[in-house]
Design a protein around this ligand. Structure first.
Ligand code: SAH
Length: 228
């Protein structure tokens, strides 16, 4: 079964963007996943097809209107069991666990915010789950949606050539990944660690594990606390 992504956006030309290239692009062409964009502008009002209004209560910027956004969402005709997400810095922080969970769904509806954000009532009325890609502010939800889809698509069956490389990735084990080396064995007065050339697979495994634990303790001690 393929993964059907539906994206509501004011900038449909931003899609598939980088997801049209490389492994994700190949998988898109092969139908492993599909991408439909819904142009929010088409649901705008008046001669200018306006979709935003000034904030109730005053203040800077503009807010996406609930009526236009709801009409765009409803036009997708998405089955009620498909997750409906709103990219938002206030949202649930995106983790590899959540990405993996989403990759098992039939698809996702993803709403991209713009301006100051969206009217709270449409979030409630359409049951949108807010998802954040990190503690910083983008100018729109589109790059966040592309990031989310990138992380999902690479987990779909058959997209990555070597399924094992996925299982050992940073976060999949609850640790950051060990350092990598390749040829040449000597470069710029630096050598590949001798153990990696020993042919002793158990020792190599133990060394990698040790490196992962050291890096995680140094850089992301918060991850160690979360491991089961
Ligand atoms: N005023 C809002 C930020 C709006 S940024 C606030 O302070 O919370 C405009 C849009 O960009 C948002 O509606 C959202 O869709 C998107 N966006 C910005 N930063 C994001 C992030 N870290 N993760 C996901 N989406 C983000």
């Amino acid at each position: 079964m393929n993964f059907a992504a539906t994206v509501v956006t004011l900038y449909p030309e931003m899609f598939p963007g980088h997801l049209g290239q490389s492994l994700a692009g190949k998988a898109l062409a092969e139908g492993v996943w599909s991408l439909q964009t819904i142009h929010l502008r088409e649901f705008g009002l008046g001669r200018h097809r306006a979709v935003d209004e000034t904030p109730a209560g005053g203040g800077a910027g503009m807010v996406l209107r609930p009526d236009c956004l709801a009409a765009a969402i409803d036009s997708a005709n998405i089955s009620p069991d498909v997750p409906r997400l709103l990219m938002s810095p206030r949202g649930k922080p995106l983790t590899q666990d959540y990405v993996r969970q989403l990759s098992l769904e039939r698809g996702a509806l993803i709403v991209c915010g713009r301006f100051e954000g969206v009217d709270e009532r449409v979030i409630e009325a359409r049951g949108l789950t807010e998802v954040s890609i990190g503690d910083y502010i983008l100018s729109g939800g589109e790059p966040a949606a592309l990031t989310l889809l990138d992380a999902i698509v690479r987990l779909l069956p058959g997209v990555m050539g070597n399924d094992e490389s996925g299982a050992e990735e940073s976060f999949e084990t609850g640790l950051l990944e060990h350092p990598h080396y390749t040829k040449p064995a000597d470069w710029d007065d630096r050598t590949v660690p001798a153990i990696l050339k020993s042919g002793n697979h158990a020792a190599i495994e133990a060394w990698r594990r040790e490196q992962s634990e050291r890096l995680t303790a140094e850089r992301r001690p918060d991850l160690l606390g979360k491991r089961e």
